[in-house]
Each structure stands twice: as structure tokens, then as C-alpha cells.
Design a protein around this ligand. Structure first.
Ligand SMILES: [Mn+2]
Length: 320
């Protein structure tokens, strides 16, 4: 399948590359790797706003940020990266392409493409994109390597998560040899916080609550906190890790209020609890140890629902 997709991409006259809304480093890095490899024939689309933190990536300036799918031009191939289902790209209209290709590593992927490469055992989508690019025989430039490295680096939390294995470092080694500079990516991603983000974090940490024998930690951010600190929704990236990072905590939960209503929830577990199951029960999805969903209720109602589901999940049949 990878050979086939490599050939389709090489032969295509136009490729539109899509990331999911609220994109992370893996989604953006994967798309921009394709852009830097195939240049003019690729247009990269982001539903909504591209987080500022990733503007250092080569090609980021050219990403088309759209609010309505009518702004998307038809292309021979729609390439959807790091996206488990169509709903994560609002009003996705596949009739604007001859073929839809899906490349992803989410276990909950719905195989909505005409061609699907889904490898849940991989730590990032960017690594699968790397495999495909190698098959196209295109030279992997420093720019391409930097984009792929960023995807791998961010989706492993800087080589910390359980998805990190010998293969991850093998891939990282290849990318560094091709010109990616780990410390530069690290500084851009983790040491370039705008002050407003740190002010919001200070507010968020005050909300800490522990549940279920201190095995679940919950943090949240309200609309009012955004207003007070001048922070943006994207500024909460990684806040959930402060919840999971507490000794003895198995599941970290982070909630943020959406405009004008609703709540976005992120789950992170250490090893025992499958949070993808919980997220899926609430209409979302993700991986065993990192998942999310959106709920149309108040913060307190959301916390109630989540704690109830987690109580069942954590008391019932143990799962890995
Ligand atoms: Mn990913």
C-alpha cells in the first residue's frame, strides 16, 4: 500500500494536504513534510487557525487557514494526515478530489479514504510519511527532515511517552543525520512560551482536583481565565501533562471551555487505563494513553460524566 500511495503522490499533478482542526505538531509536521517534498503541486490546508508555535517550520507561512470548506480548491488527490475521522475536518467534501488518501496512527481511525495507511503501533503519523517519502525516491532535504522530526518529537512528548521505542530513536537518528537539529526544535516547541500562556497556566494549576483515590487528576481553564490572561485556546497545549505528572495519578484530565459553549476534554493515562475507550464513549477518540472529546455541557457536568465513566473503567475488568 505504501508503494502504491508513493506512486500516486509522485504522479499527481495537484495534492491538497489536510490536518485536523486544532492541529498538533504531528499533524502539521506531516503536512509540511509533504509540502517541502513536492513543493508547488501541494497546498496545505488547516481548518481554523494554525498555532503560532509551529510557525518556525519551513512552509508554515504558506498554509491556507480556512473557515469554510468552500475555500478549498479541488485537487487530484486529497491527502489527510494524522486524522482519525472526517468529522475532524468540518464539512470535508471528498467530491472535490479524484482520490482521498488517509495516513494515520490512531487506533480509532475510520478508514474513510479510498486508500488508507493506518499503523496504530507507530508513535507518530510523521514516521509513516517518512516511509512513504523514502519510497518516492525524492531527496529528503533538511526542511523535510525538520518537519518529520517535529512530528515524531512532539507526539512522543520529547521521547518520553510509552510509544517511544528503539525504532523511534532509529528514525530520529536518520532525521538528525539528514539535517534536523533537535535542540532548535526543542527551543521552538518547549521554550518559546508567550507570557500569556504562563499566566494562564498559573490560573489553571489552581483548579487541581483529585478523584478516585487520587488516581485521577483534573485541571481546567474557563473562558473567563482566557479573558483575564489574554491567552488563546492553543496556549493550553500540554496542560494535561501537569495533571498526569503527579505521583500516583493514573489518568490526567484537562478541560477547557469552548466559545460560545461546550467543553473540550483531553485525557492522558500512564499505563493501566485505556482512555481511548472513555473518550469514545463520550463521542471522541484517540489512543490508549492519549485521547479526547468535546461535550456540549458545563464544566461541572462534564467532570461528573468523566469521573463516572473512569470509575467504571478503573474498577471493572483491568485492561492494558
Ligand atoms: Mn499523531
Amino acid at each position: 500500500m505504501k508503494e502504491k500511495v508513493a506512486k500516486i503522490l509522485s504522479d499527481a499533478e495537484s495534492i491538497a494536504c489536510f490536518m485536523h482542526k486544532n492541529p498538533d505538531g504531528d499533524a502539521i509536521g506531516s503536512c509540511l513534510a509533504i509540502k517541502n517534498a513536492f513543493k508547488e503541486k501541494v497546498k496545505v490546508y488547516c481548518p481554523g487557525k494554525l498555532p503560532e508555535i509551529f510557525m518556525f517550520l519551513p512552509g508554515a507561512e504558506e498554509v491556507v487557514q480556512f473557515s469554510s470548506f468552500s475555500e478549498v480548491k479541488p485537487a487530484q488527490v486529497f491527502l489527510v494526515l494524522d486524522c482519525s475521522d472526517e468529522k475532524r475536518i468540518p464539512d470535508f467534501d471528498r467530491s472535490k478530489a479524484e482520490a482521498v488518501i488517509v495516513v494515520d496512527h490512531h487506533e480509532t481511525n475510520e478508514y474513510f479514504g479510498d486508500y488508507n495507511i493506518v499503523e496504530p503501533e507507530r508513535a507518530s503519523t510523521a514516521e509513516i510519511v517518512f516511509d512513504i517519502l523514502k519510497l518516492t525516491k525524492k531527496p529528503i532535504t533538511k526542511d523535510v527532515a525538520t518537519c518529520i522530526f517535529t512530528g515524531l518529537y512532539t507526539d512522543t512528548g520529547g521521547f518520553k511517552y510509552s510509544s517511544t521505542n528503539a525504532e523511534t530513536f532509529q528514525t530520529a537518528k536518520e532525521l538528525v543525520e539528514l539535517g534536523a537539529v533537535p535542540w532548535k526544535v526543542a527551543v521552538e516547541i518547549y521554550e518559546s512560551n508567550p507570557p500569556r500562556r504562563i499566566r494562564l497556566l498559573a490560573e489553571c494549576l489552581k483548579t487541581l482536583r483529585l478523584f478516585l483515590n487520587d488516581k485521577v487528576a483534573v485541571l481546567y481553564v474557563t473562558r473567563e481565565m482566557y479573558e483575564r490572561t489574554g491567552a488563546l485556546p492553543e496556549d493550553t497545549e500540554d496542560f494535561v501533562n501537569y495533571a498526569r505528572g503527579i505521583k500516583g495519578v493514573e489518568v490526567g484530565v484537562f478541560l477547557r471551555e469552548l466559545e460560545p459553549e461546550g467543553v473540550k476534554v483531553s485525557f492522558r493515562s500512564k499505563n493501566e487505563v485505556n482512555v481511548a475507550k472513555v473518550a469514545k464513549a463520550l463521542g471522541g477518540g484517540g489512543h490508549d494513553h492519549a485521547a479526547g472529546c468535546e461535550l456540549n455541557c458545563s464544566l461541572e457536568e462534564a467532570i461528573d460524566k468523566i469521573i463516572n465513566l473512569l470509575a467504571q473503567e478503573m474498577s471493572g475488568g483491568q485492561n492494558v
